[in-house]
Design a protein around this ligand. Structure first.
Ligand code: NAI
Ligand SMILES: CCCCCC(=O)/C=C/[C@H]1C=CC(=O)[C@@H]1CCCCCCC(=O)O
Length: 262
């Protein structure tokens, strides 16, 4: 049974202008389009051209009022928090928050931490404030994009691994907080293996062909973006709070995060 019904709901996807985030936006809208009433998705990204192009394409397919794009750098704390507050106020609610924006740049490792870890923590905390039932919100779902690199080390991408490991611990703890205080919010963490895009193949430049091939084999092969997107939708619709998904082409392993201890 669905844990959230999409009619009338509002979702925000960071880093939704291209790649995995764009595929998530499209899949949510496809699902929403079959519903009798509106389902709205807001894309937040720093890529103005890609964002505007995605907006035009998705508005043509799914309707002008069902998809929005706003420039947002998740490292600009005030801009990001203010945007989430105004989406909640102007559209009327925020039900699904997908913290997907992420980079892998060891040359600028501090920026990688700002985007992948601080940006996701900020997005999660602000969305939590707006959703918490005990604070007048309607509850909701928050999904944070980690990676298999959040559970295992990968040569050459140490800061990326640190940020993705950090997200696993952070999301697990938020899930416990929610359960303990009855916020009505589900917290999920996705840990996919490499997704078969041009981007992941760039890892070869960092790790070398041999290690890259070894890493891909060790993690069960590269995943298609469509396969990942189907698992994403299932998590949003059906998962329990505290659910972490390791997504591989061979299947999905759902790990329940730690049980409540007291
Ligand atoms: N591609 C892969 O194999 C895997 C990717 N992931 C994670 O999935 C997420 C999406 O990755 P991809 O689609 O592959 O990468 P991508 O580079 O195609 O997309 C990332 C998006 O985040 C946006 N972004 C970057 N910095 C931003 C900022 N400061 N503020 C707002 N938006 C920003 C980019 O503009 C871009 O649209 C990332 O968190 C990544 O770590 C996880 C596992 C595997
Ligand atoms: C077997 C691979 C396991 C790691 C999978 C992963 O999490 C991949 C992440 C990619 C998502 C966003 C990125 O930026 C990652 C790709 C890294 C490409 C490196 C780019 C280097 C450069 O631009 O110079």
């Amino acid at each position: 049974m669905e844990k959230i019904s999409l009619p009338g709901k509002v979702a925000v996807v960071t880093g939704g202008a291209r790649g995995i985030g764009k595929a998530f936006v499209q899949r949510l809208l496809e699902k929403g389009a079959k519903l009798p009433s509106h389902f709205q998705v807001v894309i937040l990204d720093i890529l103005k051209d890609e964002g505007e192009a995605s907006l035009k394409d998705l508005q043509e397919k799914f309707g002008r009022d069902n998809v929005y794009f706003y420039y947002c750098d998740v490292t600009n704390g005030k801009l990001f928090e203010d945007l989430l507050k105004s989406i909640n106020k102007d559209i009327g609610k925020l039900d699904i928050m997908v913290n997907n924006a992420g980079v892998c740049n060891e040359d600028d490792w501090e920026q990688t931490i700002h985007i992948n870890l601080i940006g996701v923590i900020r997005g999660t905390k602000q969305a939590t404030e707006l959703m918490r039932r005990d604070k007048g919100g309607n509850g909701g779902v928050i999904l944070n994009m980690s990676s298999i690199a959040g559970l295992e080390p990968f040569k050459g991408i140490e800061t990326y691994c640190a940020t993705k490991h950090g997200l696993v611990g952070f999301t697990k703890t938020m899930a416990l907080n929610s359960e303990d205080a009855d916020w009505g919010i589900r917290y999920h963490c996705m840990c996919p293996v490499g997704v078969d895009t041009a981007l992941v193949h760039k890892l070869k430049q960092i790790t070398g062909q041999e290690y890259f091939d070894h890493a891909v084999e060790k993690t069960g092969g590269l995943l298609s973006i469509e396969g990942l997107t189907e698992e994403f939708l299932k998590m949003i619709l059906y998962s329990d709070n505290r659910c972490l998904a390791i997504v591989k082409p061979t299947g999905v392993q759902y790990l329940e995060m730690e049980k409540k201890t007291n």
